[in-house]
Design a protein around this ligand. Structure first.
Ligand code: PGA
Length: 242
């Protein structure tokens, strides 16, 4: 799967143009899903367009609140996301972990709530540079994975995004990605007590030059792309050569 995380970018016009171009130029198949995550305010617009004309593209949200009902100004719950046409939701992105001060308990509630509405969570984990340099990466990842109730692991997609690689132009080396993905996959196997497959995708400065090498690894099940997903031409090329 190739996931476009638009963060706080876009407009109705850009979304429409992007979907027109991408849907006409990508080679979609069952194995490789194309998932667009626009800002929350454009979800309904994007979901409606997908239903009308772009069936190959799937909709994901960048945000979901942890409860279905609360007097929460600015809140968006998983039921609303489902209603807008979402199939996926990004949970635990490092930018949100920092800005919203999300604890494991909150993240766990978000996972339960979204899975309860049949949304597929893309659960982000990753270490900061300081943690990497202190050799704490594995401990941090274990701690972050603990937010997922073990009976729900099979329903999640895990996105490994080293914080130091996000938006910096410095992607992790393929050997490092493979080492960490192997570690995550082993942890998931132990935690879920099952041999069922759980996808682990990579994110962090994926671009046209590095996407093929990263995606072709058998340890990598997909890509989560921020900056390089905004331009429809670049995204299409990444999708097709990955
Ligand atoms: P980036 O962002 O591709 O711009 O590094 C990835 C992400 O934050 O998901």
């Amino acid at each position: 799967m190739i996931i476009a995380n638009w963060k706080m970018n876009g407009s109705k016009e850009l979304i429409k143009d992007w979907m027109d171009f991408v849907s006409q130029n990508i080679e979609i198949n069952q194995e490789k899903e194309c998932i667009l995550c626009p800002p929350t305010c454009y979800l309904y617009f994007t979901g409606t367009l997908i239903k009308q004309s772009y069936e190959g593209i799937k909709l994901g949200s960048q945000h979901c609140d942890s409860v279905l009902s609360a007097p929460l100004t600015g809140g968006t719950n998983s039921q609303m996301l489902e209603d807008a046409g979402c199939e996926f939701v990004i949970i635990g992105h490092s930018e949100q972990r920092v800005h919203l001060k999300e604890s494991n308990q909150i993240l766990s509630d978000k996972l339960k709530s979204s899975i309860g509405m049949n949304l597929k969570p893309i659960f982000c984990i990753g270490e900061t540079l300081r943690q990497k340099e202190a050799n704490q990466t594995n401990d941090i990842l274990i701690q972050q994975l603990d937010a997922i109730p073990s009976n729900l692991l099979q329903k999640c997609i895990i996105a490994y995004e080293p914080v130091w690689a996000i938006g910096t132009g410095e992607n992790a080396e393929i050997s490092y990605i493979e080492e960490i993905h192997s570690f995550i996959k082993e942890e998931l196997k132990n935690k879920s007590n099952s041999t069922n497959y759980i996808s682990v995708v990579y994110g962090g400065s994926v671009n046209l030059d590095n996407c093929k090498e990263i995606y072709s690894s058998d340890k990598v099940d997909g890509l989560l792309i921020g900056g390089a997903s905004l331009d429809s031409n670049t995204f299409t090329k990444i999708f097709n050569i990955s």
